[in-house]
Design a protein around this ligand. Structure first.
Ligand code: F6P
Ligand code: MG
Length: 460
């Protein structure tokens, strides 16, 4: 029964949740402190902005301290004999944004918990909202992205893979006249598999988990050869079912595909390429990309990352090998200019709610997704939200773990996710789970980003 499966808590012994809360969160916050410091000393920053940076850094360091000292998140317990059992609610301060009230309602509902003893999903979302609260409440740092520096520097390191993919796209997809329906069925399917896997493994390089990656590590994760080799590591692979669905429905007039994005930089590049492919191949009639409203889980795409992608791709300093990029970029831009690829954002994506709560908390968004031809959720966090971050047995069906978004939901959901947390469902058999545990002990296959799922449900 879906309701009985607990979401993972940051106090869970041996979990990725605990490890993340204890070791990674403080580092992420320290990264934001350092980033603000670095920006503030730049010559062109005016004095008031520089002065304000000090207060912001102090406020950020306070969050770090709270985490390190495992302070309460929602209620502060009051001590002393008269105050036994009494507690004071700790709301988020009003920072002028419309979501504050909903957050505070949710904080009150969640009950007592602390950083290292809270539902992981909730605590981590809360952390990013707390960071944003500080910036929103400032005068000079309102729209500042504390993670931009990190996003940019990692994207440069993806140079080799970006160029390789650009050449492959131009030669295989564009030059073979794929859109003209000439190619053989089997060849079309193989191309679909390849492009889907490019978008899938693009997710292996998110910044919150792999911040200390060397250039060599990164390049080993990307590129055509790496992707081929990684195919056996897809522990639940529904690519055939997606293909069958797409083939069965080619006559639908409106085939809008929604992609709920994950990370900026290399992954976003693969997603835009995937969107272009879906259009070029005539699979989609339009593609809608969903971004986050503010910096989220370090590297997630926010609206400003879209222009930033093109700025980077246009730069011969960033990407010196231009032979294929110069052909590819105008093609990609055209899709945006013609409205074939559009972007949108919704406040629901930056709430702590799992997607099981979407029908009640964001009914309009839910309805839109029901009307979509296919909704593709990228990455680990989206997968955690799809499955309520639940500690399901790994053989639980994807459909069951989707809860209200599964059976009879009317939403066609494809998750492309490299495994980087505690949850993973849809593994076909227990013997497969046993084999994975032997091959990658200590649940490494659920956590280390080297394994993945391509999970599809038609919502019937
Ligand atoms: O700590 C790891 C983590 O931050 C997870 O909490 C989260 O699920 C993941 O990294 C982010 O990955 P992705 O960018 O694929 O959603
Ligand atoms: Mg992310």
């Amino acid at each position: 029964n879906a309701q009985e499966v607990r979401p993972v808590w940051t106090s869970e012994q041996g979990s990725m949740a605990k490890q993340t809360a204890e070791t990674r969160w403080a580092k992420i916050i320290q990264g934001t402190v350092d980033d603000i410091g670095e920006t503030a000393v730049a010559e062109d920053v005016d004095d008031q902005k520089r002065a304000e940076s000090i207060a912001i850094q102090i406020a950020l360091k306070n969050i770090k301290k709270e985490i390190e000292q495992n302070k309460p998140l929602t209620y502060v317990l009051l001590h002393g004999p008269k105050r036994m059992n009494s507690r004071r609610f700790r709301p988020l301060q009003d920072d002028g944004k419309p979501d504050i009230q909903a957050w505070n309602k949710q904080l009150a509902a969640i009950g007592e918990c602390s950083w290292i003893n809270c539902p992981w999903l909730f605590g981590e979302c809360y952390m990013y909202r707390r960071i944003q609260m500080i910036l929103n409440s400032s005068k000079h740092w309102q729209n500042y992205d504390v993670f931009k520096r990190q996003k940019d520097s990692t994207f440069v390191k993806s140079r080799a893979a970006v160029e390789e993919l650009a050449s492959r796209y131009i030669q295989i997809v564009a030059d073979t006249g794929l859109a003209q329906n000439e190619s053989k069925e089997e060849a079309k399917k193989l191309l679909f598999i390849e492009m889907t896997e490019v978008a899938l493994w693009g997710n292996a390089t998110d910044l919150s988990l792999l911040a200390n990656l060397t250039l060599e590590d990164l390049q080993n994760l990307q590129g055509h050869a790496a992707i081929q080799k990684s195919q056996r590591n897809i522990v639940d692979n529904d690519t055939n079912d997606v293909w069958t669905y797409l083939q069965r429905t080619t006559s639908h007039a409106n085939r809008q595909i929604d992609i709920v994005l994950d990370n900026a930089g290399f992954e976003f590049f693969t997603d835009v390429l995937y969107a272009a492919y879906l259009l070029d191949a005539g699979i989609a009639t339009s593609v809608r990309l969903h971004t986050k409203e503010f910096p989220w889980f370090v590297s997630d795409v926010i609206p400003s990352d879209i222009e930033s992608l093109f700025e980077h791709l246009d730069s011969s300093e960033f990407f010196p090998g231009r032979k294929y990029l110069d052909k590819l970029i105008p093609r990609l831009r055209k899709f945006f200019q013609a409205g074939a690829i559009t972007t949108t954002t919704d406040p629901f994506w930056t709430t702590p709610f799992s997607f099981h709560e979407m029908p009640s908390k964001a009914p309009a968004l839910f309805k839109e997704l029901q009307n979509s031809y296919l909704v593709i959720f990228k990455g680990d966090l989206n997968y955690r939200k799809l499955t309520r971050d639940g500690l399901w047995p790994h053989t639980t069906t994807y459909e069951e773990a989707l809860g209200p978004l599964g059976k009879q939901s009317g939403v066609k959901i494809l998750a492309l996710r490299t495994n980087k947390s505690d949850v993973c469902v849809g593994v076909p058999t227990q013997s497969k789970v046993d084999a994975l545990n032997e091959e990658a002990p200590g649940s490494a296959w659920v956590r280390n980003g080297k394994y993945a799922v391509v999970s599809f449900n038609e919502g019937q």
